[in-house]
Design a binder for this molecule. Structure first.
Ligand SMILES: Nc1ncnc2c1ncn2[C@@H]1O[C@H](COP(=O)(O)OP(=O)(O)OP(=O)(O)O)[C@@H](O)[C@H]1O
Ligand SMILES: [Mg+2]
Length: 362
């Protein structure tokens, strides 16, 4: 399956540089998610892959072929938009058949291809309904079916689930994963919802508000080893702590306001020196909270419970450390052991291992 390569892409609108020398490799046959804050340029990237927009400079490759200037209808790429962009005056069948007719395929072939995707997307009961009579979720299925029927090398999705409620979104996400598995087509899925990206993607790229790619990797890699403060904050929740690097023997510590000292593990390839400013991230679920003193942790600090928020699957404790910093801790709400009761204003200890601390670029 063909992948996409964006090479040295620059794009401006009205002298406003949106993308500046962007490079991105999207692997073939995989589910690739692109996430970033609103306005960072995600749709612009998608439109360039689709051919709806031409970069000011740089190249778009589909497999080995330079498609930078290939017209939309000559690219083996189809897009599913957030708005679905269905033809309101046509029924489900004709919406799906539309592009096949434009391509001049014979009627019996069109019939066969459309029926196949109708079955695939469970739209049999709606085949002759006007798309205006369908629910949001059903319209969305038609939009995906209409893209799939062309059997493109690449399917692009621009926040296709944004208009659906949470339950339906989760359901359709799972269907999309199955669809990608069964078709093997290259999927490029953009969203500003990090949970969606973590769920669907084999690989993902995180963009910052300046239109730069901050990190590319598997969801687990991005979540557990974010490289920058931006990525750590954008994907999931993280405690970010700033301080100064110190060393005792071979062990590294982050000195925070000369009040607390956090043991960290510095990766071999991370260039940092004693005395430098640094930022670290610790995921709230990696931290243990208790009223009793425990041993065996490379980090233990004390503080006071500042807030308790019940979140269903877990409880969030905000602990005010002795230096005033508020640390977020997530504790799973498991019922099968006797748990100590922690209340507002209680004095507590928080624990975590240095392996769970990540050093971040600012
Ligand atoms: N046709 C256009 N003319 C002028 N400016 C544009 C045009 N299209 C996009 N922009 C600008 O380019 C920037 C990036 O837009 P883009 O739609 O790619 O963002 P996005 O990451 O998809 O955001 P969202 O998550 O809100 O959809 C924005 O500042 C937007 O205003
Ligand atoms: Mg967009």
């Amino acid at each position: 399956m063909k992948g996409i390569v964006l090479q040295g892409i620059t794009k401006s609108y009205d002298n406003d540089v949106i993308l500046d020398n962007l490079n991105l490799k999207i692997p073939g046959g995989k589910f690739f998610a692109l996430i970033g804050p609103s306005g960072c340029g995600k749709t612009t990237i998608l439109r360039m892959i689709a051919g709806l927009e031409i970069p000011d400079s740089g190249y778009v490759y589909l497999g080995d072929e330079d498609i930078t200037h290939v017209p939309v209808n000559k690219r083996s790429v189809n897009t599913v938009f957030q708005s679905y962009a269905l033809f309101p005056h046509l029924n489900v069948f004709d919406n799906i058949a539309y592009s096949l007719r434009v391509r001049g395929l014979k009627n019996d072939i069109i019939q066969q291809k459309v029926e196949k995707v109708i079955r695939m997307f469970h739209l049999e009961q709606h085949i002759y309904k006007s798309v205006r009579q369908l629910s949001g979720g059903q319209q969305q299925r038609v939009a995906i079916a209409r893209a799939v029927v062309n059997e493109p090398d690449v399917l692009l999705f621009d926040e296709p689930l944004a208009a659906l409620d949470l339950r339906l979104r989760e359901k359709v996400l799972l269907e999309l994963i199955e669809l990608q598995d069964s078709l093997g087509t290259t999927f490029v899925y953009i969203t500003h919802d990090q949970t969606e990206a973590l769920t669907v993607a084999d690989q993902m790229a995180v963009m910052n508000q300046n239109g730069q790619i901050e990190q590319v990797g598997a969801p687990k890699e991005i979540y557990e080893n974010p490289k920058s403060v931006f990525v750590a904050n954008f994907v999931g929740t993280t405690n970010i702590i700033q301080g100064i690097m110190t060393q005792q023997g071979d062990d590294w510590y982050l000195d925070v306001d000369k009040m607390i000292c956090i043991a960290i593990k510095v990766p071999v390839d991370f260039e940092i020196a004693v005395g430098e400013d640094a930022c670290i991230g610790i995921r709230p679920e990696k931290i243990l909270i208790s009223k009793t003193m425990l041993i065996g942790f490379s980090n233990n600090l004390s503080g006071k419970v500042h807030a308790i928020v019940y979140q269903g699957r877990f409880t969030q404790y905000n602990v005010r450390l002795d230096n005033g910093y508020i640390l977020q801790v997530f504790e799973q709400n498991e019922e099968h052991f006797t748990k100590e009761v922690i209340d507002y204003d209680d004095r507590v200890y928080v624990y975590w291992q240095k392996e769970n601390v990540v050093l971040l670029k600012k």
